[in-house]
Design a protein. Structure first.
Length: 167
């Protein structure tokens, strides 16, 4: 109950992206604005949709499927063949602060995670090919995409906790 109470105090929606969407044209850089266009044109918003940038659905992007004993993900629950290796689409909010990436933490940087997704995931027989398509981007568009993703970070200006009283 304590954790649930704490979680209710966390209020989001104050990112640079949110301010820009609310009409503050100066809230994000031109690179982030271009990056949002790249995000949409590349089809990233197919799975990373809505205010939370997630469709809350399960997809196989191939992470860990090349292991001897891969984590079968959603298949454990559904027993449906198409759910092998499928995991719920994570939110992209605060994405630059949540490394390492993917369900197994196998990708250490945001840049590597973006490159993996732009490559269309890691091939395997259950890959969500209907959602993932390889996308070739010029270097500047890739940088703009990363700048947009960083604009989804919530500012965290929490003060340092108070020190315990001296005895």
């Amino acid at each position: 109950m304590a954790l649930a109470s704490y979680m209710r105090t966390i209020v989001g929606g104050h990112t640079a992206f949110d301010r820009w969407q609310a009409g503050d044209a100066s809230a994000v850089s031109d690179g982030a604005k271009r990056g949002f266009e790249v995000f949409q044109k590349s089809g990233c918003n197919t799975c990373h949709a809505g205010l939370l940038f997630t469709d809350t659905q399960f997809h196989n992007v191939g992470i860990g499927m090349d292991k001897t004993d891969p984590d079968v993900g959603r298949f454990k629950v559904s027993n449906q063949e198409q759910d092998h290796g499928a995991f719920k689409t994570p939110t992209l909010r605060d994405i630059s602060k949540s490394a390492p990436y993917f369900h197994d933490g196998s990708v250490p940087t945001l840049e590597q995670a973006v490159d993996l997704m732009l490559a269309g995931g890691k091939p395997n027989q259950w890959l969500s090919k209907d959602k993932l398509k390889p996308v070739l981007l010029p270097a500047q568009q890739r940088m703009d995409l990363l700048e947009f993703l960083r604009a989804l970070d919530e500012a965290c200006d929490m003060p340092a906790p108070p020190l315990p009283p001296e005895k």
